[in-house]
Ligand binder design. Structure first.
Ligand code: 13P
Length: 330
């Protein structure tokens, strides 16, 4: 087993999942503001410190994804974030895309950017302690979207990124997110998810990417948030696992789902329902909002509510790790 294969297996195995704490400076700032916290660099740092110092976090979390700003910041005790999580037995990761921008010629679609100068950035992130990376492609859904060009362009970028990660020595977390925003049906989400995963698997193959050293971070198959349709966890789990098995090779290291705007409880219930279905891969979580929203709401930037924030994160992490097969949460 290569080091990268081992790292990928560690990220998705052992009854643990990944904490996505990699909101960009802009997104994090607006989430802090909504929670009544001033959107300063120090408050973004303090919030991430609260998250990573949550007692017992390593019992349910194998890796934490940071953004560029946090990877370079230090805890109050002066240790850099990557070193602090590594000392807890948690793998440090880094979001390396630079965000989704409008795609010319495909109105309403986006392409995720960040390929220019990527390789030297990956080398620098490794020198700062990163062991894995993440790139998110964003696919919006309606009757006419996504265009074939948008899917192809995003899949191509994901494959170039994944290939560069392997060459540099990082495990790529490949995130093609079909958004749940919109009034589309669950059937339409399934159709678009299949189409997108097909394109991603195709591009990864054409770049010779080693699937065993790669983690897929997909959306779950869900009805659009404003569709009025409700899907039971069993229905979500069946549709999601079916489409993954249909489109992705068995060699993939594992699948770590994003939460995508589901409520924390919904995301956990859907993840739990998947565990009873046969699958060639570990199926785990790489949630952002579904893990950290309750923590941010409990903390509200108050020094004496740090423990309340940490308790909220611990509860969500334990709930998610607890539904994974073979989970052992400490
Ligand atoms: P959510 O779980 O909030 O969708 O975030 C996951 C993520 O990493 C988005 O890129």
């Amino acid at each position: 087993m290569s080091v990268l294969t081992e790292t990928a297996a560690a990220l998705v195995g052992g009854g643990k999942g990944i904490l996505a704490a990699d909101e960009s400076v802009g997104t994090m700032s607006s989430r802090l503001e909504k929670a009544g916290v001033a959107p300063t660099e120090e408050n973004r740092r303090a919030y991430r410190e609260l998250l990573v110092l949550t007692p017992g976090l390593a019992g349910g979390v194998s890796g934490v994804i940071f953004c560029d700003e946090t990877l370079r910041q230090r805890l109050s005790d002066d240790r850099p974030f990557p070193e602090a999580v590594q000392s807890l037995g948690i793998l440090p990761g880094i979001k390396v895309d630079t965000g989704a921008r409008p795609l010319a010629g495909s109105p309403g679609d986006t392409v995720t950017e960040g390929l220019d100068g990527l390789f030297p950035r990956l080398e620098e992130y490794i020198s700062l302690g990163a062991r894995f990376a993440k790139w998110r492609a964003v696919i919006a859904v309606d009757q006419s979207r996504p265009s074939a060009a948008a899917v192809r362009t995003n899949a191509h970028a994901l494959a170039r990124y994944a290939s560069a990660c392997h060459q540099a020595g990082l495990v790529p977390v490949v995130e093609p997110e079909v958004l749940m925003t919109g009034s589309h049906s669950m059937a339409r989400c399934r159709e678009v998810t299949a189409y997108v995963l097909h394109a991603v698997a195709d591009e990864l193959r054409s770049f010779g990417v080693d699937f065993a050293a790669t983690v897929l971070k997909p959306n779950m198959v869900l009805p659009g948030a404003s569709s009025g349709e409700h899907a039971s966890p069993d229905a979500v789990a069946r549709a999601t696992v079916e489409v993954l098995i249909e489109q992705m090779p068995a060699e993939l290291a594992g699948v770590a789902f994003l939460s995508g705007g589901q409520s924390p409880r919904e995301a956990t219930a859907n993840l739990a329902a998947m565990q009873s279905l046969p699958s060639p891969w570990p199926l785990t979580f790489s949630f952002g909002r579904a893990l950290v929203e309750p923590a941010l709401a409990a903390w509200r930037g108050e020094a004496d509510l740090v423990e309340a924030g940490q308790q909220a994160l611990f509860e969500r992490t334990a709930a998610n790790a607890g539904v994974l097969t073979g989970a052992a949460v400490g």
